[in-house]
Design a protein around this ligand. Sequence first.
Ligand code: NAP
Length: 229
Amino acid sequence: MVTGGSSGIGRAVAERLRADGHRVATIDLAPSPNGHGHIADVTRREQIDAALEAIRAELGPVGILVNAAGLDGFTAFADITFDAWRRVVDVNLNGVFHTAQAVLPDMVAAGWGRIVNISSSSTHSGVPYMSHYVAAKSAVNGLTKSLALEYGPFGITVNAVPPGFIDTPMLRSAEGRGLLGDINDTIEATPVRRMGRPEDIAAACAFLASEEAGYITGQILGVNGGRNT
Ligand code: NAP
């Protein structure tokens, strides 16, 4: 099950896992491009539970969860309303709480599971004007480590992938609003000298979801072209 699977990174993760032979269900606010996604808001537990009921009926219990739904935010700290703060925390952090808690019983019953949380490279350094987003994504990294310790004995691994500068609708929307400066400057500051592609993140997720990554858990695997080391 991939959240945020209708766009950008989540969409690429869903396509990659399908190509690897998994039966993939997506959850998103918007319909998925192939029409097979489930519409649900990750902040609404009853919507997650309803989507999961349909997913389990169609595909069986969930073995792999990739949390890619996310909401960015660019506001000076002093101007962030509590409602805006709460929404960013709700989507980026509480959404992971809901989906993980909802699918873990399937994984415990199977004695096998994989959770990959898409956090953000902004957690390595902090970013001005993104304090709500960075706080929520940093909490996702912490949640990842705690869940890894708690669920390792059940055959379940939990890891995070913090992406940096990936060419997606979210990033292009921020660029379009003039929030990212000149993208060429960022490329110049990236050791591998290009933007990331959603497929770069999907490759990391596919590996962490694989059988051979079974001894990797509680890790934060940066995929950022070397901008954050
Ligand atoms: P994206 O293209 O905007 O995709 C995110 C998807 O999540 C969208 O389809 C969005 O739906 C969906 N979504 C948002 N709120 C949701 C909710 N409450 N319930 C269900 N789905 C929801 O962005 P992306 O760049 O691929 O981002 C994927 C993840 O990577 C996010 O967690 C993001 O924070 C993280 N990330 C991205 C970058 C980057 O450089 N692109 C860097 C660091 C971290 P709508 O479009 O309808 O809102």
